[in-house]
Design a protein around this ligand. Structure first.
Ligand SMILES: O=c1[nH]cnc2c1ncn2[C@@H]1O[C@H](CO)[C@@H](O)[C@H]1O
Length: 321
């Protein structure tokens, strides 16, 4: 008997690598995408919703519901850091795409997450590709959420390496550090895939050419929007390609054997110059005094990734579309 497909909700701020992750997800027979929820990050939340609906139009998957998420941080902060310099002002490589046909559902993202987790207890995996506000709101508003949700795969954090928003912080955690700390200390099954891992998965110019030359619908679409993302990486890093952050996290949810992980408590710095820093405690030393980590539940933190296999899966699934 075939195993039942995993039910996945993608919390997303599309975003060029978000678009790639969403398309890879839709091409993955191991999972069923049961909804998209939106958040600010690469773009503001309203544009994230528009882009999520647009990507579902492109995919011919308007059957998948989109629930709009929070427009502000968990502490009601409105001074958001939007990464339009990474993805273009439209979030999708400045392509002037038409307005989407569909509309978001009436439920907001946190309500949708809570409802789906309680409808399918122990079955739903959330893949969180942006700041963690919606997930933290779900945790705060429903005490049953952490036990109903099967896993929260977080694309975020920079474990023992520099961040990408600044030397201390990775962009998604920096976007809402208070929300991230709520998620990491919630007791849910959390798997963090940080940039210490995603920076190993690089799509090169020649990979992009292969996408362009193929007949894959998603491959061709992505080739069009990837220009801005390549330009940014060219200016900011000396890599010969672009980092596949979001597709790596998505595939870690699809097939956990693509990564290895360690377990311990993670706290997030919420103030000062290291705001957004993720600090992992391996629980090996018993400290004499009480620390802010000791009574916290363990989460999983990705340590290694089979980068060639992730890249191969991304390419195959986009080309065969
Ligand atoms: O330098 C950056 N600043 C802000 N966001 C970035 C940067 N590089 C990538 N991303 C975006 O944030 C997530 C990974 O941290 C990814 O979703 C990526 O699209």
């Amino acid at each position: 008997m075939a195993t039942e497909a995993k039910k996945i909700i993608i919390d997303t701020d599309p975003g060029i690598d978000d678009a790639m992750a969403i398309f890879v997800a839709l091409q993955s027979p191991e999972i069923e995408v049961i909804g998209l929820t939106t958040i600010y990050g690469n773009v503001y939340t309203s544009l994230a919703t528009r882009n999520a609906l647009h990507l579902l139009d492109v995919a011919g998957r308007t059957d998948i519901p989109v629930a709009e998420g929070s427009h502000v941080t968990i502490t009601k902060g409105t001074k958001l850091r939007i990464a339009d310099f990474v993805h273009g002002t439209d979030g999708l490589g400045n392509q002037n795409f038409p307005a989407p046909n569909g509309k978001p559902i009436d439920q907001n993202a946190a309500e949708f997450l809570i409802q789906q987790a309680s409808l399918y207890p122990g079955k739903v995996i959330v893949v969180a590709l942006g700041p963690l506000t919606n997930i933290a709101l779900a945790i705060q508003s429903d005490p049953a959420f952490v036990k109903n949700i099967r896993q929260i795969v977080v694309l975020g954090g920079s474990f023992a390496v520099n961040g990408n928003a600044n030397p201390a912080a990775e962009a998604n955690i920096f976007g809402d550090p208070d929300a991230a700390d709520i998620v990491f200390t919630s007791g849910a099954d959390v798997l963090a895939v940080g940039i210490n891992v995603t920076h190993q998965v690089i799509l090169t110019d020649s990979d992009r050419n292969e996408l362009a030359k193929s007949n894959g619908k998603f491959a061709k679409y992505l080739d069009k929007i990837l220009g801005v993302y390549f330009g940014y990486h060219h200016d900011a890093y000396s890599t010969k390609g672009v980092y596949l952050h979001d597709p790596t996290a998505l595939l870690a949810a699809v097939d956990p054997s693509l990564i290895t992980y360690t377990e311990g408590a993670v706290r997030v710095q919420t103030i000062g110059i290291t705001r957004g820093l993720t600090l992992f405690y391996n629980k090996q030393k018993r400290f004499g005094e009480v620390t802010e980590w000791c009574d916290k539940p363990s989460v999983k933190v990705a340590v290694t990734v089979d980068a060639p296999k992730v890249l191969k899966l991304v390419m195959e699934r986009l080309i065969n579309s």
